[in-house]
Design a protein. Structure first.
Length: 218
């Protein structure tokens, strides 16, 4: 049985919403919490009125963006757990995380109210990642001095590539492939650095989870 066709206005509204969310990710990645709804609407190619019909405030838009991003984190972790090999499962999650680019949303931390939906999804994501880490440790493939918080911080650092962003803004399409290749190499170096056995212990004390969660408090 075929699905009923959506009304033209509904289809247009859904297309506008997808465009707004994609634009919001791009603008927030550059401007952070200072990103204006006008800039987001312009990037999406829709009128400011269309944005406000879907999202009453900028905070509501950012909350939706965070919620959808957490869905991607949960999916990446669950796919990692589905891998039979503990290391491949952890690596899958980290590589997906680099693509998701958590760093672009870290800039809105502390500027929005965390809804119950966001808190629940964050808890589910944390539990799945803890399971990935525990499995990798038990298999002896993850260096024992690496914590879950270390991994989150690593993903945040490598989730963005200032060089690639700069080259694209400059229109240097001739150099973008080389920059993408360089980022792939750096990512591989980082992953190899996580594997056991480690040649040297990590310096300092392990970072506490509050280092990440505390900044989201409003």
């Amino acid at each position: 049985m075929t699905e009923p066709r959506r009304a033209p206005r509904q289809a247009e509204a859904e297309a506008n919403d997808r465009a707004l969310l994609a634009a919001a990710r791009e603008v927030v990645a550059v401007d952070g919490a200072r990103a204006s709804v006008a800039a987001i609407a312009a990037r999406a190619g829709v009128g400011i009125g269309s944005l406000y019909r879907r999202y009453r405030t900028k905070q509501e838009l950012f909350q939706r963006l965070v919620s959808l991003t957490l869905d991607r984190w949960i999916d990446a972790a669950e796919q990692g757990l589905a891998h039979a090999d503990p290391w491949e499962g952890l690596a899958h999650y980290l590589l997906a995380g680099f693509d998701i680019g958590q760093g672009s949303l870290g800039s809105v931390a502390g500027t929005i109210e965390l809804t119950e939906e966001i808190a629940d999804k964050n808890r589910r994501a944390d539990e799945a990642v803890d399971a990935l880490v525990a499995r990798a440790r038990a298999a002896g493939v993850l260096r024992p001095d690496v914590t879950t918080t270390d991994l989150h911080l690593l993903v945040e650092q490598l989730g963005k590539s200032p060089m690639i962003d700069q080259l694209r803004q400059q229109g240097r399409t001739d150099l973008v492939p080389a920059a993408v290749n360089a980022r792939t190499r750096i990512t591989a170096i980082a992953l190899d650095g996580l594997r056991a056995p480690a040649p040297h212990p990590l310096p300092g004390e392990p970072p506490a989870p509050e280092l990440l969660s505390g900044r989201w408090e409003t």
